[in-house]
Design a protein. Structure first.
Lengths: 195, 435
């Protein structure tokens, strides 16, 4: 009797263990299927996260917004960043709010640096859930190199493709000079090899 | 009776019978009384060790193999493949529960494997979807998902993993004591297993390893979460904690013989001594008086409530244990457990004369060492005498290092201390009973 109970409880625990990563998958796949697509300009760097393999760290341009009037924010607080697409087709943030905005696309983020007191020019920096792009270990350094070159030539054409649904953002890809960074990195590595 | 002794006895029996010291009948009765020698102990340990090492290696190997991004697969299939190691581990653990519920080796091994795979699957999904690095949530989710396994399979290594996990989770909030304090309810969730495991086999390797993990993790948990409401109250909290460890071992683990099995006593005792020695230095007490001391992590008001309550519980427990030794006139142990009381005294004197405070702790160590020496001589126990001499010698040497005394006198004192050691040992050895 006791054994059957234990087996049943183990079965329940196992379902919970599977359901957790599975729900992570389902949530992201839903956003990738039905979310709205945005392009955010980015500037990758390449740190090393020992446990999760290699990734390109991303900082989105324009992640500092003017503090919304009459609202007070502190470090780590939730904030809804309002998305605005400019005439070149790239997305940025107009402002943020503590309440969900109606009728405009937004990303749920956190306050990284609140605006300084009594300084009207002081901006609020967002901590966005778009901060890393995982790559195969052996092309991550090449990817980093490719991006630096694109910065140096003053093209500034690296961007992240993001799908957003109900404030939830999922990265679809990282692009450099209009091509996926994986392709650009592989091409750069092939060139370096043939020289 | 120890297994080795029984084995020896059985070897001797035929000869004893042959020489007519024992009759064949009484030899048989002896055999019946002590029963057969079970040789399972070593094999069991080997099986557990190899099972666990094997599970670790397979688990780590799979993590390494999959930690690359494999671009051949679509994102979705990569995500689904990430779940396969977890499913395999669950299948293995399920099989062990059904088919090998008696085998500790199978249970520990498959449960460690399962515990690692739960973490691996979440980490791999995070990687596949470029999920922002939120280590705290990752660790907490992982640990809560493996906790049921600890109870359902009655396994201690995953319990140790859980404890280490929640400790590092609390550590990441060491600047946010209000969250770090959640270490305690999380630790209590595993407590029934620890009680069960230590009752089962406190003296075997499993109990020892688990004890070690508990001591170290609780120590870290205390430093992350407590003592933030009254800056500097660590001078009371840590002595109390080590007193509890020490007294717990004196009361519960009396049968243990080998030193490595006495992690509670050894680490508790060492902690008490280390703190007592550090309390003889002025700078510890000078630091406490700085108005900025502990200011940045300070909590107050309602947030400090759980900190205050837990601190009071720990200190009260230590004081009760001290009183209990005192009541039984166990001088040596009650002296050892008096440090929390002196910590309270030092804390309340912190605004006043520092010299007086350091004098108290110098006097305490002196009394402690002398009591050990006297007790050792009375019981004819060389180990006790030497422990006391060691404390005394260290105290004298330390005091001579931080005072302005000439080299010649320092040298002479060292020689005298050394001679003291030797004479005491020789005297006790001559008595013949020195163990």
């Amino acid at each position: 009797m006791k054994k059957i109970l234990i087996i049943n409880l183990f079965f329940a625990a196992a379902i919970l263990q599977i359901a957790t990563p599975l729900s992570m998958i389902v949530r992201r796949e839903t956003v990738l299927k039905s979310g709205v697509q945005f392009k955010f300009k980015a500037q990758p760097i390449d740190p090393f996260d020992a446990f999760r393999g290699r990734y390109v760290a991303i900082r989105i341009q324009g992640d500092e917004i003017s503090a919304p009037q009459g609202e007070y924010f502190k470090y780590g607080q939730n904030i809804y960043a309002h998305i605005r697409v400019d005439e070149t087709g790239f997305a940025g943030f107009s402002t943020g709010s503590a309440e969900k905005p109606q009728g405009i696309p937004y990303i749920s983020a956190k306050v990284l640096y609140p605006p300084e007191d009594r300084q009207p020019e002081s901006k609020l920096r967002l901590s966005l859930p778009i901060d890393r792009y995982y790559m195969e270990e052996n092309i991550a350094p090449a990817a980093e190199r490719v991006y630096r070159e694109h910065l140096r030539t003053d093209k500034q054409d690296a961007y992240v493709l993001v799908r957003v649904k109900d404030g939830f953002a999922v990265i679809e890809g990282l692009f450099v000079g209009g091509v996926p960074i994986e392709e650009a990195a592989r091409a750069s590595r092939a060139n370096a090899g043939s020289k | 009776m120890a297994k080795r002794a029984v084995k020896w006895l059985y070897q001797e029996l035929p000869e004893l019978v042959a020489k007519g010291i024992l009759t064949a009948d009484s030899a048989e009765k002896l055999r019946k009384y002590y029963g057969e020698i079970k040789e399972t102990g070593k094999r069991w340990a080997l099986l557990v060790i190899f099972g666990v090492i094997g599970a670790f290696l397979i688990g780590l190997g799979i993590i390494l193999l999959l930690a690359h991004n494999w671009e051949q697969f679509s994102r979705f299939s990569r995500a689904i493949i990430s779940l396969l190691p977890l499913l395999a581990a669950q299948g293995l653990a399920g099989w062990v529960i059904i088919k090998r519920p008696q085998s500790a080796a199978f249970k520990e091994g498959s449960a460690v494997f399962l515990s690692l795979m739960v973490g691996a699957s979440i980490a791999l999904i995070s990687q596949t979807y470029n999920i922002p690095g939120d280590t705290e949530i990752f660790i907490l989710t992982w640990m809560l998902l493996i906790l049921p396994v600890v109870y359902l399979m009655q396994v201690s290594l995953p319990a140790a993993i859980y404890l280490i996990g929640i400790t590092s989770w609390a550590g990441s909030y060491s600047r946010d004591p209000q969250r770090a304090i959640l270490f305690w309810p999380l630790a209590v969730a595993a407590l029934p297993h620890f009680v069960w495991a230590l009752r089962q086999e406190a003296y075997k390797i499993r109990g020892t390893l688990l004890s070690l993990a508990i001591i170290i993790c609780v120590n870290c948990g205390v430093s992350f979460s407590l003592g933030k409401a009254w800056p500097g109250s660590w001078v009371v909290i840590f002595p109390s904690l080590y007193t509890i460890f020490y007294a717990f071992s004196q009361k519960k683990f009396k049968g243990v013989t080998a030193n490595w099995q006495r992690s509670w006593r050894a680490l508790g005792g060492l902690g008490i001594l280390a703190l007592a020695f550090s309390f003889t230095y002025r700078y510890i007490w000078q630091g406490l008086m700085s108005p900025y001391y502990g200011y940045e992590n300070k909590v107050s008001g309602l947030a400090a409530l759980s900190d205050n309550i837990l601190t009071l519980v720990i200190v009260a427990m230590a004081l009760v244990l001290f009183y209990d030794f005192l009541r039984r006139k166990d001088l040596s142990n009650s002296l050892f457990c008096a440090l929390p009381l002196l910590g309270i005294l030092g804390y309340s004197l912190r605004g006043g004369n520092i010299v007086l405070t350091t004098l108290i702790f110098n006097g305490y160590l002196l009394a402690l060492s002398l009591s050990r020496i006297m007790l050792g001589i009375r019981k004819n126990n060389l180990g006790e005498v030497n422990a006391g001499m060691l404390i005394l010698g260290l105290l004298i040497i330390l005091r001579f290092f931080d005072s302005n005394i000439g080299f010649i006198i320092k040298g002479l004192v060292f020689i005298i201390v050394g001679i003291g050691f030797l004479t005491a040992n020789i005297m006790l050895a001559r008595r013949g009973g020195g163990r």
